[in-house]
Design a protein around this ligand. Sequence first.
Ligand code: HEC
Length: 165
Amino acid sequence: MRLFLIVVMILTLISCSKSEQSSASSPSISFNATQDGSPILIDASQFDTPAAKNFLKTGKNDYIGQDEAIAKGKKLFQLYSCTQCHGGNAGGQTGPSLHGPNFNYAKDATNKGMFETIWHGTNGGMGAKGRGLMDPSDASAGLSPDEVLLIQAWIRSHNPSLTGN
Ligand code: HEC
């Protein structure tokens, strides 16, 4: 009986320390460069809207399917000249179509993967568009995380069967 109690106590201690560990661990997802998978560090303070904060936690884009976000994303897609390479409907021009489901980088079928590609660019002609990366001489130039999510909502609106979430 005493042995049984000791075992129960030990098991309780182990489960307590486990739950402490998981609550102490960071609630954020991590990002990897499309070029080589190396980690990309983006300051959490850049995720400054409810949708961006939730994306940092879950990798899910809350703007998918939201009309207002899609309209804003379309404007940003034009403003940042994405149209010049990907076409007015993101259906492809000198750059590839962004409609999917087939992508140059398979991970672009997920919103986290496509976010990484837009933020940090590729080795095949797609420049980084993330804030601070687009123009090395201007830390404020480039898309905020929230703006990337808005653009992505517009891109995904062309193929509603692929939400990426
Ligand atoms: C100067 C031309 C150019 C501009 C401007 C440009 N892209 Fe690209 N983009 C490319 C090229 C070329 C590729 C293919 C790169 C590769 O295969 O490595 C690409 C690839 C991509 C991909 C990956 C597609 C796949 O099949 O995996 C995404 C997503 C993307 N671009 C989004 C954007 C967005 C959003 C913008 C605007 C913020 C933008 N691009 C602006 C040229 C451009």
